[in-house]
Design a protein. Structure first.
Length: 115
């Protein structure tokens, strides 16, 4: 009986730890872009990738980030010009604020909304 109770406790502890390990990062999910398209951010390599799923540029990867807990750095790609910019992102609630800069001086920002 004691052996069974110990086994049940061990399995419960392992399952609760697995739940913690499987928790998604704040940036992972579907986002509505400023233009109204849907972008999906998911795991890729050791970081995260943003890919447009709807709109004129559907299928284009437009971002690669590293980081976590709501703060990210990486590269952003303008799908119109195909230019790559140094970028950053911050998740707060259901908003993802992205900022891309050319030569660290000319920057643009936009806010995406979680779907």
């Amino acid at each position: 009986m004691i052996r069974t109770a110990i086994l049940i406790a061990a399995v419960a502890a392992a399952l609760s730890m697995a739940g913690v390990a499987q928790a998604e990062d704040m940036i992972v999910g579907n986002w509505k872009t400023l233009e109204g398209d849907t972008a999906v951010v998911d795991h890729c390599g050791k970081g995260f990738c943003a890919t447009l799923k709807t709109g004129k540029f559907a299928g284009h990867q437009i971002g690669q980030f590293t980081g976590g807990n709501g703060s990210y750095v990486g590269k952003l790609t303008d799908p119109v010009t195909n230019r790559i910019y140094d970028g950053s992102g911050t998740v707060s609630g259901n908003a993802l604020q992205l900022k891309g800069c050319a030569m660290k001086a000319f920057c643009k920002s936009q806010i995406w909304t979680r779907l």
